[in-house]
Design a binder for this molecule. Structure first.
Ligand code: ZN
Length: 489
């Protein structure tokens, strides 16, 4: 395998990346990777600490003359997403990732590469071995389970880090400095419903919305795509006014995805079937026209069902459910004032399902600002409260509010301009990052997230361009040197 990385620079960085790639480290199975980085620290004579969940911190004292400089935490996550191509034989609990050279890039062979965030980890390890410039005290933080629960960041103990500057290496676009992320909360409501016998002259139908684009509930929420549940409910309300009765409703998939499909079992009086069919056609045409640009594949269909359902939801309850789905917030609530195009606060009506005696509605809320997150969560709770639903929440995670006056940002911007002769892009993302949680735990932490370009992350086509890694290394080292020499803004 070593000939894949032969000749690549900086040599230690690629050597560590290759060694790490040989260690299975799917999310929640990072024990060997934690032991590996702690082992590297021991071999290099550096002090390290591993906590109960597997996070590791390694400390490197300042270079001579830089003892008074502010400390920096260099952070990456140890776990990786495990995806493989159909037909690839690979056991992610045991087999090493098989690296390949593809021109200017490194890829895996039929599996995810794990450069997200193995490259960040390798940069940290290489700096542990040799930071080639004047530097203040450095801490290297390696977290576990970023991908499936942010568990490592969530379990960091209060005294684990001493420095108050943190550079996270989990961003995937060279030339972009990320300075903020959204906090999030899941909110679930359970609405009791009662049934009554299906009227004799009624026939069963399935009303369905499908063909929508969906997408990530944070990163895609501003794209104006349809919500399959909202659009289904809009048609349902219309049909209910014409005598349709509701039996069950299902829609959505993951809480962090915009729902692409939803369906309702309804009962129609025989005499109204023709009229309803026409209404559905009209409504479908309306949706097509409304979403012609943002979600053109959208379909609304009505199909006859044979099944033997014997009861319908009581009319008053069905009306209340439809009202609930109508007022439930979905989409962009506010845009950020400082960073153009950045969504500040949003909500996703993610999933609905009907049980024997209840309707379950699952939603998620996000904001770049904690107080606004609390407010949109309260708004969703208020909607549930209108019809007496019982409400529960997930654990939630904190926002990292963009601060364009951050000293580490200003330093990094100045270094970037000096090295590359242009301005870096300053961005924040409307999704969760470990920085949100870390900033909440370590008050006053001045943070920045960056990294080399990674292509097709979380898929077997994942690749990392070699030259991007080299440039990001040089840039990071220059930032460390600037801070080490006390030249921070
Ligand atoms: Zn990552």
């Amino acid at each position: 395998m070593n000939n894949v990385i032969d000749g690549l620079t900086p040599e230690p960085l690629w050597r560590y990346f290759a060694e790490l790639s040989a260690i299975p480290r799917g999310s929640k199975h990072e024990e060997k990777a934690s032991a590996y980085v702690a082992g590297v620290a021991t071999r290099l004579g550096l002090e390290s600490q591993t906590d109960a969940c597997g996070n590791v911190v390694v400390r490197k004292t300042a270079a001579t003359g830089c003892e008074g400089a502010p400390g920096i935490v260099i952070q990456g996550h140890l776990d990786m997403v495990c995806e493989k191509n159909d037909g690839t034989v690979h056991d992610f609990d045991r087999d090493p990732i098989v690296l390949r050279r593809q021109g200017n890039a490194i890829a895996a062979t039929g599996t995810t590469l794990g450069a997200d965030d193995g490259i960040g980890v390798a940069i940290g390890l290489a700096l542990m071995e040799n930071c080639p410039v004047a530097h203040g005290p450095l801490e290297f933080l390696f977290t576990v389970d970023e991908e499936t629960g942010l568990t490592g960041a969530n379990n960091l103990g209060a005294g684990f880090l001493q420095s108050r500057i943190l550079i996270n290496l989990d961003s995937e676009e060279e030339g972009v400095l990320c300075v903020g992320c959204a906090g999030g909360m899941d909110t679930r409501g359970v609405v009791p419903v009662a049934f009554e016998p299906l009227p004799a002259d009624h026939r069963l139908f399935l009303l369905k919305t499908s063909g929508l684009r969906g997408g990530h509930s944070g990163l895609d929420i501003h794209r104006g795509r349809g919500n399959a549940i909202k659009l289904l409910n809009r048609a349902l309300r219309d049909l209910a006014a014409g005598g349709a009765r509701l039996i069950a409703i299902e829609g959505g998939n993951k809480r962090n995805a915009i729902p692409r499909e939803a369906s309702a079992i309804i009962a129609l009086p025989e005499t109204s079937i023709g009229k309803v069919e026409q209404k559905v056609k009209n409504c479908a045409a309306l949706y097509k026209a409304e979403f012609a640009v943002t979600d053109p594949g959208i379909e609304l269909t009505l199909e006859k069902l044979q099944s033997g359902k014997k009861s319908v939801i009581r009319q008053a309850h069905a009306a209340a459910l439809m009202n609930l789905l109508s007022v439930m917030p979905h989409g962009v609530v506010a845009m950020n004032g400082a960073i153009p195009g950045l969504v500040e606060t949003s909500a996703n009506l993610a999933r609905v399902s009907t049980t024997e005696d209840a309707l379950v509605v699952e939603t998620s809320q996000r904001s770049m600002v904690e107080s606004e997150k609390a407010d949109i969560v309260a708004t969703v709770c208020a909607a549930f409260g209108l019809i007496g639903a019982s409400v529960s929440h997930g654990d939630g995670y904190s926002a990292w509010r963009p601060d364009l006056t951050s000293p580490i940002l200003k330093t990094a911007q100045a270094v970037y301009r000096r090295k590359f002769g242009k301005d870096p892009v300053v961005k924040a993302i409307h999704a969760g990052l470990e920085c949100g949680i870390i900033g909440d735990k370590f008050l006053g932490m001045d943070m920045l997230s960056m990294g080399p370009t990674l292509e097709m992350v979380h898929s077997p086509a994942e690749r990392v361009p070699i030259d991007s890694v080299e440039r990001v290394w040089e840039f990071l080292v220059a930032v460390i040197e600037t801070v080490g020499k006390g030249k921070i803004d």
